[in-house]
Design a protein. Structure first.
Length: 107
């Protein structure tokens, strides 16, 4: 199954505009194997947040981007929960990566 297929199977389904932004953030990773969901979704979410921080995007027009970043990280953890023995390590890695986004901005 591809990552796109895995996302299609998630319930509840996101609104079309949100799904389109999620798909845009994932890009070519949508065609990768669903086993890549954790890393692909987390990396895509990071890229979206990096762009929001870089652009100081705080207006209502940025809402779909913020929601997409949230959804991508949520999907990453949903995929990670399919391998419970890796969940603690994955969570720690995700926290470190996400926290470093703002830290790198203040340098």
């Amino acid at each position: 199954m591809t990552l796109a297929g895995w996302l299609d199977a998630r319930r509840p389904t996101p609104p079309p505009a949100l799904r389109a932004r999620i798909d845009a953030a994932l890009g070519d990773a949508l065609q990768a194997d669903a086993d890549t969901a954790v890393d692909a979704c987390l990396s895509a979410g990071e890229r979206v947040v990096e762009a929001l921080l870089r652009d100081n995007a705080t207006s209502r027009e940025s809402a779909v981007d913020l929601l997409a970043a949230d959804a991508l990280v949520t999907y990453a953890f949903e995929a990670a929960s399919e391998r419970p023995s890796e969940l603690v390590a994955r969570g720690a890695d995700a926290m470190r990566r996400i926290a470093s986004l703002d830290a790198s901005r203040s340098r």
